[in-house]
Design a protein around this ligand. Structure first.
Ligand code: SAH
Ligand code: SF4
Ligand code: F3S
Length: 460
């Protein structure tokens, strides 16, 4: 008789790439007998998939390990064993230091070693403690991960097409935690897209730390750009919507901008971080673009797709940032008017050049700047929401809503939308009258309840 399935609980921190990786880890451990549980208390194996981007994010793993330790102790008193693994960017950055600081950890595994998980977990189950796997193997982990099973429907799915970063912004840990830039070959991405479509996905978000620097090997033996990849993916039957994130201003080429005008499946939403509105600070950040470059780029993008919803990332309190530099950041925000923006207080990260720069900004100053910036961003975000109220928008419904009888999905502009409607509309794009909206979600009325576009037969 087969042994009873073991339970796996994964807690994910950080960016979408970590969410994608968590799914791949769960899938990789399926053949080892692990099934996912949302309840940590019944897990035989707990994986914390961690983020190192800011100090607060990185410290979360240690408070979370405290919780896991308590669960382990409780289970142990019932005669049950619990293995604990730390994965993700803290695992890569801190390696063996994690096992030294938290003896309860059985395994530390970096993002480039996930294909080795079955073997590493087997070792941990065999009683080996304090395993650390953080080397950057020369092999392509994606080529060694099992093919994605088609047993779970994700109407909107992530698909990592590019990993790592060679840009070395002076504040950022990603080049160290994720390693050098790497693009997956087109054929592998296409195969995964077909499997996801076959399993019910209607929207794909292509992921990469620098996704628009994509240059994977095409079937013709030449490197393909992101624009070319998206054009190809738009031909996959049943894939109705495509998105990509995160982009770097330097890599926004003409073809990609033009695609926003020409490809109806490419959604009118773009996340394009600019980080700071002063050229002096941008240079110190090693961002490799000026304020003017960014503003011109936005102009070209809006010309190609006038209704595009723009989103960005901004850092305040970078070393040396003066009141005038900060005012320039506000000015760029005012000039651009983002539909959405994520703003952060600069956090000095060990090992990054900016951590040792002169002119570290006092926390109280950075905090005030962040509040000022966020108030401005919120006013623009509210205005964007107001602009969609009264419009009829095609919404891709993805899941049941919070209240009974409700379903929820997203507008082309990536806004969450909910409305009363039958569950059979999940997985379909439906025309919705937007009647109200707040900071987090729009309310829609589904007029006729029939699909805007009937899904075709699933691809084989
Ligand atoms: N690859 C993406 C960003 C990855 S990190 C890009 O190049 O834009 C996500 C965001 O976190 C960054 O855009 C930046 O705004 C923020 N961030 C990164 N390092 C940070 C640090 N040390 N302190 C504060 N914010 C940081
Ligand atoms: Fe970090 Fe800069 Fe690379 Fe983005 S481009 S991941 S901010 S180093
Ligand atoms: Fe965090 Fe790593 Fe993503 S540091 S933001 S989880 S790439």
């Amino acid at each position: 008789m087969a042994p009873p399935p073991k339970k796996l609980h994964i807690k994910t921190f950080g960016c979408q790439m970590n969410s994608y990786d968590s799914e791949r880890m769960a899938e990789a451990l399926g053949p080892s007998g692990y099934a996912l549980t949302s309840d940590m208390a019944e897990a035989d194996l707990v994986i914390l998939n961690t983020c190192h981007i800011r100090e607060k994010a990185a410290e979360k793993v240690y408070s979370e390990l405290g919780r896991v330790r308590a669960v382990k102790a409780r289970r142990s008193s019932l005669g049950l064993d619990t293995k604990i693994a730390v994965a993700g960017c803290v695992a890569q950055a801190e390696g063996a230091a994690i096992v030294e600081r938290a003896r309860v950890v059985d395994l530390v595994v970096g993002p480039q070693s996930y294909h080795r998980l079955p073997e590493l977990i087997a070792e941990a189950e065999g009683g080996r403690r304090g395993i650390v796997a953080t080397e950057f193997p020369a092999e392509d982990k994606f080529a060694h991960l099992p093919e994605r099973p088609v047993n779970r429907t994700r109407t909107s799915a992530f698909l990592t097409v590019q990993e790592g970063c060679d840009k070395f912004c002076t504040f950022c840990v990603v080049p160290y935690t994720r390693g050098a830039e790497f693009s997956r070959p087109v054929a592998a991405i296409l195969a995964e897209a077909l499997r996801l479509a076959g399993a019910g996905s209607r929207e794909l978000t292509l992921l990469g730390q620098n996704v628009n620097a994509y240059h994977g090997l095409g079937p013709d033996g030449a490197p393909w750009s992101l624009a070319k990849l998206i054009k190809r993916l738009a031909q996959v039957p049943d894939i109705e919507r495509l998105r990509y994130t995160t982009s770097h201003p330097r890599d926004m080429d003409d073809d990609l901008i033009q695609l926003h005008a020409d490809e109806p499946k490419l959604m009118p939403y773009l996340h394009l971080p600019f980080q700071a509105g002063s050229d002096r600070i941008l240079a110190a950040m090693n961002r490799k673009h000026t304020v003017r470059d960014y503003a011109e780029l936005i102009g070209r993008i809006r010309k190609a797709r006038p209704d595009i919803a723009l989103s960005t990332d901004i850092i305040v309190g970078f070393p040396g940032e003066t009141d005038a530099d900060f005012e320039a950041t506000l000015e760029l925000v005012r000039a651009t008017r983002f539909a959405q923006a994520f703003s952060f207080k600069y956090s000095a990260r060990p090992g990054t050049p900016a951590a040792d720069m002169a002119g570290q900004v006092p926390d109280a100053v950075a905090r005030m700047r962040l509040l000022t910036l966020q108030a401005l961003i919120d006013s623009h975000a509210r205005a964007f929401v107001q602009g969609t109220i009264g419009r009829k928008l095609p919404v891709l419904f993805e899941r049941k809503g919070r209240k009974p009888g409700q379903i929820a999905g997203r507008s082309p502009y990536h806004q969450p939308v909910h409305g009363d409607g039958p569950e059979r509309l999940i997985g379909q794009i439906v025309e919705v009258d937007i009647v109200a909206g707040g900071p987090n979600s729009l309310t829609g009325v589904i007029k006729s309840g029939f699909a805007w576009r009937e899904p075709r037969q699933a691809a084989g």
